[in-house]
Design a protein around this ligand. Structure first.
Ligand SMILES: [Mn+2]
Length: 278
C-alpha cells in the first residue's frame, strides 16, 4: 500500500476554502497533511484557519506572512500602513496562535519511493524569494540545493513549494519541481479575456497529493503527484468582508483569482521579457 500525503499552502485566512479542502482530503481517505505556510493575512478568518491547520496537519512550515505579521511593529523602517496591517492581522489571532506561528519550522523533508522530497514556503534560503514557472533553469536549480535551514545537506530530488499561488510542475536534471498552489488565494497572472478558460479555475482552492512509499530510500517503487482543484463557497467567505483591512482588494483577489498588485506583477514579468495585457 502506498502512502498519500496532502500538501496544502497559502490559506491566507480563507476559512471556506480551507474547510472545502480538508473535506476533500478526508473524502479521499487521506489522513496525513502538511501545510507550507501563509496561513494568515488577507482574509478575516485567520484564527479559525490556524486552529484547523493545527488540528489536521502533522507538519506546518512558516511562510513569509507568518514572519511579516508576527513582527514587532516598533521595528525601524515600518511604514504607517504596514504597521496598521500588522496590527490588524495580529488582532485577529489569539495569543496562543500568535506564539504558535512564531515558532513554526522553515523546512521539512522525507524520502518517498527513493526520492528525497524537500518542502519549504518559497526557497531553501528565504521565505519570500519568488521563483515562477517561467524562470530560468539556473534559478530553478537553486531550489534543490540544501541550505543551513534545510534538514539535510543533500540536493533534493523533488521540491514542493508554495508562495506564488499558482500550481505548476517542471522537470530538470532528473528532478521534479512542483508548486502546490494556494488554498485560499489562487491566482494566475497570465490572463487575457480572449484566451482565458473558465474563471473558476482560479477561484477555487488548489492543493497537491503526493503518493508513494514514505521513508523508502529504494528507488523501485512508484511515486505519484496529483493536482487537486476544489470548489468552495466564496459568497459565504465574503459575508463579513466589510471587516477586512482592505475589503475591496480582498474581494477582487478571491472573486477574480488575480493578485491585487497588478502593476508590480507587470513589472516583474516585463523583466523576463513578458508583456502582460491590461
Ligand atoms: Mn502566500
Amino acid at each position: 500500500m502506498n502512502d498519500k500525503i496532502a500538501i496544502i499552502s497559502d490559506i491566507h485566512g480563507n476559512l471556506e476554502a480551507t474547510k472545502a479542502v480538508l473535506n476533500n482530503i478526508k473524502a479521499r481517505g487521506i489522513d496525513k497533511i502538511i501545510c507550507l505556510g501563509d496561513i494568515i493575512a488577507k482574509g478575516t478568518h485567520s484564527n479559525a484557519c490556524v486552529d484547523l491547520v493545527k488540528k489536521h496537519c502533522f507538519m506546518v512550515l512558516r511562510g513569509n506572512t507568518e514572519r511579516y505579521f508576527m513582527a514587532d511593529v516598533t521595528l525601524n523602517g515600518t511604514t504607517e500602513i504596514r504597521k496598521q496591517r500588522i496590527l490588524w492581522n495580529q488582532g485577529l489571532l489569539t495569543k496562543e496562535n500568535k506564539e504558535y506561528l512564531k515558532n513554526l519550522p522553515f523546512s521539512y523533508e522525507f524520502y518517498m519511493s527513493g526520492s528525497l522530497v524537500r518542502m519549504f514556503h518559497a526557497s531553501p534560503l528565504k521565505d519570500d524569494i519568488v521563483t515562477i514557472s517561467l524562470d530560468s533553469v539556473d534559478k530553478k536549480i537553486e531550489l534543490f540545493k540544501p541550505s543551513d535551514k534545510t534538514m539535510s545537506n543533500q540536493m533534493a530530488d523533488v521540491v514542493l513549494y508554495g508562495h506564488i499561488h499558482q500550481q505548476y510542475l517542471d522537470k530538470l536534471y532528473n528532478k521534479t519541481l512542483i508548486n502546490v498552489g494556494s488554498v485560499g488565494s489562487t491566482s494566475n497572472v497570465i490572463r487575457d479575456d480572449a484566451l482565458d478558460s473558465d474563471k473558476k479555475e482560479t477561484t477555487q482552492a488548489h492543493y497537491l497529493i503526493i503518493e508513494g512509499k514514505l521513508n523508502e530510500k529504494e528507488y523501485n517503487t512508484d511515486l505519484n503527484f496529483q493536482f487537486v482543484r476544489v470548489p468552495y463557497d466564496i459568497e459565504k467567505e465574503l459575508e463579513d468582508v466589510d471587516k477586512n483591512f482592505e475589503p475591496d482588494m480582498y474581494k477582487f483577489e478571491i472573486t477574480e483569482g488575480m493578485y491585487r498588485n497588478l502593476d508590480r506583477i507587470r513589472e516583474f514579468y516585463k523583466e523576463k521579457g513578458i508583456i502582460l495585457k491590461k
